[in-house]
Design a protein around this ligand. Structure first.
Ligand code: MRU
Length: 348
């Protein structure tokens, strides 16, 4: 039976006075929203991974700016701009890799640079527009990506690039939702250590939608590909360079190398707000290192321990290993600098 398409999972809810953030650290066991009414709170929610996923981080930050304007304007209706600029700088420091964060803050900053008769309404309106545009982009990408998957028997995804990671519907998981509307397909997801975005979040989202799927240990990916069970890997992105190198969740690069070995195709699904046109090569991307304790067993977390951790949470897959980049403006096959220029809109 074909599962119904819904966008019921909402990582972020704007209530009119505050931002409700679904605490993704607690999923799937607990469904708890935390309310924030200032930029400090939203920054903390991003840094501590309550909200995560490149587009969702950007959207949360836009609401963070709207909350800053409300708060600072109430505190001092004549001189609120400087404080809001400080709040924007704080939001920008929350996580370094997902370019959607900086893209979204640039949109808000550009708006605030204009003379505004009602800055509160203007910032809320833009935040809501960025949120709804993201959902529309995801639905468009879902259809384009599903066209590429037509006829495939199996697909694997990594991390969580679903409704939880976006304004709604999802990027890579949006494509998987869309193909499930059209045909039967076997879905595999890697656990995505150490935060288990696959085992906890993607599994939860698919179960919510009534879509069956199979979890694998990250280390089982080569064996899965060798078995011939999948024709495609479909992932999201945190930052795509102008030539098509892709920063995404750590482990994506390993999957890309394995995919080449086994003739599996790799699809990257991301809105154009994830493309950083200012850089060409992936080695220019700031890769976030998270603290040792997020990886290291508590047994080794003591003064004088000889065991530490190296914990980069993203890696970069070179364009040469990518079969297709799917954006809301179209699909770029075998991405190159020239190919991506075709979807560049000069207004961004
Ligand atoms: O550390 P996270 O959970 O924020 O990492 C998320 C990812 O790497 C996603 O694949 C990416 O942001 C795309 S989400 C649509």
């Amino acid at each position: 039976m074909t599962p119904a398409i819904t966008t019921t999972v909402q990582a972020l809810q704007w209530t009119g006075t505050h931002l409700a953030v679904l605490d993704q650290r607690l999923l799937p066991e607990q469904l708890i929203y935390n309310n924030y009414n200032d930029a400090i709170g939203v920054t903390d929610a991003i840094t501590t991974m309550q909200v995560r996923g490149a587009p969702a981080i950007g959207i949360a930050a836009t609401y963070g700016v709207a909350l800053a304007v409300i708060q600072r304007h109430q505190q001092n209706p004549k001189q609120w701009q400087q404080k809001v600029a400080e709040d924007i700088a704080l939001l920008a420091s929350s996580r370094p890799t997902a370019v959607n964060l900086f893209w979204a803050l640039a949109q808000m900053t550009a708006l605030l640079a204009q003379p505004l008769s009602d800055p509160i309404t203007a910032t809320i309106t833009l935040a809501k527009k960025i949120h709804s545009d993201d959902i529309a982009a995801n639905k468009a990408m879902g259809e384009l990506g599903a066209d590429l998957l037509t006829g495939a028997k199996g697909v694997m995804t990594h991390c969580n690039a679903g409704a939880l990671a976006t304004g709604g519907y999802g990027t890579a998981l949006g494509v998987i939702r869309s193909i499930c509307q059209r045909q039967a397909i076997n879905i595999y997801m890697g656990e995505t250590r150490p935060w288990l975005q696959g085992a906890r979040l993607t599994a939860w989202e698919l179960a919510q939608e009534g879509i069956p799927a199979t979890l694998i240990a990250d280390s089982a990916a080569a064996w899965l590909m060798k078995s011939g069970a999948i024709e495609w890997i479909v992932v999201g992105a945190d930052r795509i360079t102008a030539r098509g190198d892709v920063a995404n969740k750590i482990g994506t690069y390993s999957l890309a190398v394995l995919a080449k070995q086994y003739g599996v195709k790799l699809m990257v699904v991301a809105p154009t707000s994830t493309i950083d046109w200012s850089i060409e090569k992936g080695d220019e991307i700031d890769i976030e290192q998270r603290p040792d304790h997020e990886l290291l067993s508590s047994y080794y977390q003591h003064e004088g321990s000889l065991i530490n951790a190296w914990n980069p949470v993203f890696d970069v897959t070179p364009a040469e290993l990518i079969t297709a980049i799917v954006t809301e403006r179209g699909v770029v096959m075998n991405p190159t600098l020239l190919g991506l220029q075709g979807i560049k809109n000069e207004t961004f």
